[in-house]
Design a protein around this ligand. Structure first.
Ligand SMILES: [Zn+2]
Length: 182
């Protein structure tokens, strides 16, 4: 966990992954993961070229245990999704889930979120990073956090309606302002 506490660490890190996403896709992912008061999860994939790893497609995974403060996918649906992605020669670029709450702080990963991603990155050798989205408030504002435990990364988000709040080698936080249509 030494890597995660970037605020107290002055050790330079070598960026191993550059995540590229656009605000429209992130907005769609945020909406898909907040259909009700429960937490939801998804596996994200997209083109990978050298260090560049795009987030363009989202696959919902079937909940095994789910509540307003918890989401765990069934091993079967998680594996099926990973296998179908790998069969096409593609990679999982991120795993995403929603949290209750509306603030930037609400997108902070739990101890279990960190452990899960740590295992995926260290034991499975995956470069997938974690994404947590919050609910959107009445003004259509939601937060999106990208986090990593063992894979130092940077994020580039293109598009409108998004603003970067924090950045470090292991964490990027964005504010999405989702247009209120109709
Ligand atoms: Zn969580």
């Amino acid at each position: 966990m030494q890597h995660h506490d970037q605020k107290t660490s002055s050790r330079p890190s070598l960026i191993k992954a550059v995540i590229l996403a656009d605000s429209l896709t992130l907005s769609n992912i945020q909406r898909a993961l907040t259909p009700n008061d429960d937490e939801w999860g998804a596996v994200l994939t997209g083109p990978v070229w050298k260090q560049l790893r795009c987030v363009t497609n989202s696959y919902a995974v079937e909940p095994l245990r789910q509540s307003q403060v918890y989401f765990q996918a069934t091993a079967r649906s998680w594996l099926d999704t990973m296998i179908s992605i790998r069969e096409f020669g593609s990679f999982v670029t991120a795993i995403a889930h929603s949290h209750p709450g509306w603030s930037a702080a609400a997108s902070t990963p739990s101890g279990e979120d960190i452990r899960y991603l740590s295992d995926l990155q260290k034991k499975c050798g995956s470069k997938a990073i974690g994404i947590i989205v919050t609910r959107a408030n009445n003004d259509g504002v939601a937060y999106v956090r990208f986090y990593s435990v063992h894979v130092p990364f940077s994020v580039r988000v293109v598009g409108e309606h998004i603003e970067q709040l924090e950045k470090s080698a292991y964490e990027y936080v964005y504010r999405l302002s989702i247009p209120q249509n109709n």
